[in-house]
Ligand binder design. Structure first.
Ligand code: ADP
Ligand code: ZN
Ligand code: ZN
Length: 801
């Protein structure tokens, strides 16, 4: 064996038959640039693909033909030693491919695109075909078949072009070349009619005199001093200034210049929770903590103060929130405490903005990262603390392959960096609470709000008694409460629980429901554009006024949407100003934040919305929270349906009474005696936990059992089912005792977009030898790709509907 200039590379082809690296030679002219963690282009088959270098200068006995790396895409490696190692662990742990995992870690801007292109192999046969053109264009303009034929005959070639998407933004900058005195002289000598030039010289004098500013972006200079590019060009010719290009960041928070806020004096209870973590920070211990604090108890204040310590140690901090775009207040608090040391990553950023934030982090220019799920891979060095706020949220698990959970990754990185992890929540997941009981997590508790603020009082309204008396969807109690608050000019939050609930159209005469032709689900009414839409495949049709089955004209809407509730508000509370927040009103970038700002500024009395308003809002003038329908989510076919209902109702209740004024919560329900609703009313998490754990125990569900879900999908239903039984047999042969295999059974929506889905659930106490079988199944699935038969494996699945 000899040491050679060879690199091991994970190529960007998920369909490669094996989950292993490929060997490539490092050409001499690239030997300084190819590093561990670099992105490269390499030849694979007949085309170029992107790859990640996972090791270099390796020893190998491999004697086959070795091809050369074509090019290196970045000056510095994009994946650190740590993230490369983490990727290996993830691929194993989640039964998936390394290439998926590394892709999940990197910002979109670092993913290459592949385009299929037709071109002539020799002289053009037919100029009218307009080659080269892409496969997609050919599909569109109807020449695809002709081109494929020409391809067979050898006239036309079809190849894949790979392109790096990365775009580093550069701007033109201007720097003065002369001294203050010279500029004064130029200014005096310029004839009065050269007004623009005089303004430019004045600008240059300002810069020369300034202590901080040495140069200015051309765009800013032009705006501030009312100049034109022509004037600047002329000045450059006269050598009054130099022009040069400089890398700049696309910064979504550029205009943030809020004042820095000082930490609060911690309450006694906060102090008690604060100290154990401080100790772990001082002694570099990777301890996981569960911070269980009621809504508004000051969890965020603790996060901020722990991070303060970490920054003093010259380390970095990683703070995860379920969806940062939904919580502009959180971002603001972090910016106010730590200013420009904060980088914010969230789904609302453009690819370019996100990439720039990522680079700032990677270069050590930002030391605190606040972001959603995928930020768990932020390229921070020397991490001192990792925090998951609202740790119970299902969105911390990625719903597509790789199905990683941010909590697992947080724990892994905390061991790597020897730093504590904080899992914070007012309503911890049952798994985490159970782990804290067993001592796996260190338990910290905040039972009250700081200062004199009280948790709100929660009342239930039994909607069964309101059938005749209610005003639309408003019970008498909720209606009166809203009127009272409106009179006092206090604010109201109204939740329409959309989980397990949608509006559809049904024929009153024969019961016909408008179903999606591609999926086994009814179409949802969208009042905004008067259409019926499938939420799974996007199929859209006009609303039917006549029943296609019995020709009756009695088609009626079942289930209320936010728009209908908004209309009812107008009807029953004509003076109220309402802001409606749902997918329709928040689709555009930044709309969410704008609406919340309006509400915060008191421009509306009522904030009406879906789940998205339940979290994170902290407005002292909100004194009433109303839940229109508590129980739509109770009966979903998901063993976590009660848990998620408990969490949602508790979260939204927590929006009331966050200031001097006491808060009130009114929950409308058809199941007032259900223990989920009762424990929400009594703000009794432990009571809920006990009841729910009992149920999970009886049903052999998590946290008593681990669970892994295998989903087999195929447009051919019998093939999916056959594969399901084959897999089941494989698992049953390998399983130990205390393992239960359920299925294959149809998924809750069994057909989506004309593809059939079957599920197998494996419940187990210990994985034992099962992991090898699952690996085998995951990789065998590649063989079926041609038949469009896919197997997806999800460990600890979070959502079943
Ligand atoms: P949580 O994250 O648990 O919802 P927050 O940290 O947002 O709670 O705190 C709720 C409110 O109480 C915030 O307005 C916060 O500024 C305030 N607060 C937190 N800790 C203190 C404290 N020790 N003294 C005074 N006010 C505090
Ligand atoms: Zn009908
Ligand atoms: Zn559909």
């Amino acid at each position: 064996m000899m040491k050679m200039n060879i690199a091991e590379i994970i190529v960007d082809i998920p369909n490669a038959q094996v989950n292993r690296p490929f060997y490539y030679a490092i050409p001499t002219h690239l030997s300084n640039q190819v590093k561990k963690g670099s992105r490269v282009f390499v030849p694979f088959g007949t085309r170029l693909v992107q790859g990640i270098v996972i090791s270099i200068n390796i020893e190998t006995a491999y004697s086959g033909k070795i091809r050369e790396i074509t090019s290196v895409l970045d000056d510095e490696p994009v994946l650190s030693e740590e993230l490369l190692k983490l990727g290996e662990w993830m691929a194993n742990h989640y039964f998936t491919f390394k290439t998926y995992v590394y892709e999940a870690m990197l910002p979109n801007a670092l993913k290459s695109t592949y385009t299929k292109i037709f071109d002539w192999t020799q002289n053009p046969l037919d100029e009218a075909l307009n080659l080269p053109k892409t496969f997609k264009q050919a599909e569109k303009d109807g020449t695809l078949k002709q081109l494929l034929d020409l391809n067979k005959e050898g006239w036309v070639k079809l190849f894949t072009k790979v392109e790096d998407q990365k775009h580093i933004k550069k701007q033109l900058f201007i720097r003065p070349t002369q001294s203050f005195n010279t500029y004064i002289k130029i200014l005096e000598e310029l004839a009065p009619r050269y007004r623009a030039q005089k303004r430019l010289i004045q600008a240059l004098i300002d810069i020369v005199q300034s202590k901080h500013v040495k140069e200015m972006a051309q765009v800013d200079l032009i705006k501030t001093y009312d100049l034109s590019t022509a004037v600047i060009k002329k000045a450059a010719e006269k050598e009054w200034v130099t022009l040069f290009e400089k890398e700049v960041y696309r910064d979504p928070y550029k205009h943030y210049n809020g004042e820095i806020e000082q930490p609060f004096q911690l309450t006694e209870q906060q102090q008690k929770a604060f100290l154990p973590v401080k100790k772990a920070l001082d002694t570099n211990q990777s301890i996981p903590f569960l911070l269980h604090g009621v809504t508004g108890s000051g969890k965020t204040e603790l996060y901020l103060q722990w991070i303060q310590i970490v920054l003093k140690q010259n380390k970095t901090a990683l703070m995860l929130v379920p969806e940062i775009a939904l919580t502009p207040q959180m971002t603001q608090r972090f910016k106010r405490r730590f200013g420009n040391e904060v980088a914010v990553l969230h789904s609302g950023l453009s690819n370019g903005e996100r990439f720039d934030e990522w680079r700032k982090i990677s270069r050590g220019e930002a030391k605190v990262v606040v972001g959603a799920r995928s930020s768990i891979f932020a390229p921070l060095k020397d991490i001192g603390i990792i925090i998951l706020d609202e740790e119970h949220e299902a969105s911390y698990q990625q719903s597509v392959n790789p199905h990683y959970h941010a909590r697992d990754i947080a724990l892994w990185r905390s061991r790597y960096h020897q730093c504590p992890v904080i899992l914070g929540s007012a309503t911890p997941s049952l798994e985490s609470r159970a782990r804290a009981l067993k001592g796996v997590y260190h338990y910290l508790e905040l039972t009250k709000r700081p200062t004199s603020y009280q948790l709100p009082k929660i009342e239930l309204v039994d909607m069964r008694n309101e059938v005749m008396a209610s005003s639309g969807h408003f019970s008498r109690a909720l209606k009166t409460a809203i009127e009272t608050r409106l009179n006092k000019q206090e604010q109201i939050v109204l939740l329409l629980n959309r989980r397990g609930y949608s509006s559809y159209v049904q024929c009153r005469t024969c019961g016909y429901v408008d179903m999606c032709p591609n999926c086994d689900i009814s179409l949802t009414l969208h009042a905004s554009d008067q259409s019926m839409k499938c939420h799974y495949c996007g199929h859209t049709t006009p609303i039917k006024r006549t029943c296609p089955s019995c020709q009756s004209k009695k088609m009626r809407t079942v289930g209320a949407g936010t728009q209908q509730i908004e209309k009812e508000i107008e009807q029953y509370f004509p003076s109220a100003r309402t802001i409606r927040m749902d997918v329709d009103t928040t689709r555009r970038k930044g709309q969410h934040e704008t609406l919340l700002k309006q509400f915060e500024a008191g421009e509306a009395d009522i904030l009406l919305g879906t789940q998205m308003i339940a979290k994170g809002l902290d407005y002292p003038n909100v004194t009433l929270v109303g839940v229109i329908n508590a129980d739509t989510s109770l009966n979903l076919p998901d063993f976590r349906a009660y848990e998620q209902t408990y969490q949602l109702l508790t979260q939204v209740s927590g929006r009331a009474g966050r200031g001097e004024k006491a808060g009130q919560v009114i929950i409308q329900t058809y199941n007032p005696d259900h223990y989920t609703i009762q424990t929400v009313k009594n703000q009794d998490y432990e009571g809920f936990f006990k009841r729910e754990m009992h149920l999970r125990h009886q049903g052999d569900y998590p946290p008593y059992y681990y669970m892994t879900k295998l989903t087999i999908s195929c447009p051919d239903e019998s093939m999916a089912l056959k594969e399901g039984y084959r897999i089941k047999k494989m698992i049953e042969q390998a399983k130990g005792n205390q393992t239960i295999v359920l299925g294959p059974s149809p998924q809750s929506v069994a057909r989506i977009n004309r593809v059939y889905y079957y599920q197998i659930l494996v419940k187990y106490k210990e994985l034992g030898g099962l992991d090898q079988i699952l690996d085998e199944i995951a990789f065998s699935s590649q063989k079926h790709a041609r038949k469009k038969l896919f197997i997806d494996i999800e460990r600890n699945p979070q959502q079943f509907v």
